[in-house]
Design a protein around this ligand. Structure first.
Ligand code: T5A
Length: 228
């Protein structure tokens, strides 16, 4: 008798948390600058704000970040992580980040602002590396179990974003060293996710000046808070 193949489960929407906000975008989109503006806007309400980032956000997750991004570690061993290894390490770091940083902060009533979260895995490992979105969704469901209620996607063309980071980075990290086609796929995956989830995503034109992008992000935050 042939083995029974389990049917794929119907996707059930993950719970969102009203104080969990993420920032997403390709290389050089300006997330760091915008994160600071959003944090200042939330702090004006005199509430605790936890700013964090991925991969990272806990001591162990930061160690995993080093494994993932350090270009020299790979060369020393003549071994780059496979796409699957990269994905699983991203989720290993995320599992720790959710349990040690994000959930405790949300449980004590803080706002959590994360520079990247699971959408980055859909964009980079799904869009960029071509891994199956269903597999990523399964990891998200089993390992993360939580979604932000607002995601600001900073959208900038690949050439312009890369030009910004080129001016800054003497040594690009392992992912930054990918070719433009990779980042075009990342961008397309982000925009398609934003299109599919218009209630959660707000797309911001990140080709504008830093000041304009930050103003627009704070405006979107206020608008979302007013409607939430
Ligand atoms: N990754 C991450 C995955 O592949 N899968 C995952 O699941 C996760 C979580 C993280 C890498 O890991 C990947 C994605 C990334 O490749 P990182 O170093 O944290 O590595 O990379 P980024 O998050 O991309 O950080 P960057 O610093 O490169 O980009 P930011 O934060 O978007 O940009 P920022 O603010 O540092 O700005 C970059 C430069 O551009 C200038 C800034 O001054 C700065 O010099 N700049 C502008 N210049 C002109 N006009 C503007 N509007 C500007 N905005 C910024």
């Amino acid at each position: 008798m042939s083995p029974r193949i389990p049917r794929p489960q119907r996707s059930v929407p993950l719970p969102t948390h009203p104080r969990f906000i993420t920032l997403e975008g390709g290389e050089g989109a300006g997330k760091t600058t915008v994160l600071n503006a959003l944090r200042d806007a939330l702090l004006a309400g005199d509430e605790e704000v936890v700013s964090t980032r991925e991969p990272g956000g806990t001591p162990l997750a930061e160690l995993i970040r080093g494994l993932l991004l350090n270009p020299h570690a790979d060369r020393a061993r003549h071994e780059a992580p496979s796409a699957e290894t990269e994905l699983l390490l991203m989720f290993a770091a995320r599992a720790q980040h959710v349990r040690e940083t994000i959930l405790p902060a949300l449980e004590r009533g803080a706002w959590v602002l994360s520079d990247r979260f699971t959408d980055s895995s859909y964009a980079y490992q799904g869009g960029g590396r071509g891994l199956d979105a269903g597999f990523i969704a399964e990891l998200e469901r089993r390992v993360v179990g939580l979604q932000p209620s607002l995601t600001l996607l900073l959208d900038v063309g690949v050439a312009q974003g890369r030009e910004r980071t080129r001016g800054r980075d003497l040594y690009p990290d392992r992912i930054e060293a990918e070719r433009d086609e990779f980042f075009e796929r990342v961008r397309a995956a982000y925009l398609s996710r934003a299109d599919a989830e218009p209630r959660r995503f707000r797309v911001i034109d990140a080709t504008q000046t830093v000041e304009r992008v930050s103003e627009e992000a704070v405006h979107q935050l206020r608008d979302w808070q007013a409607g939430a």
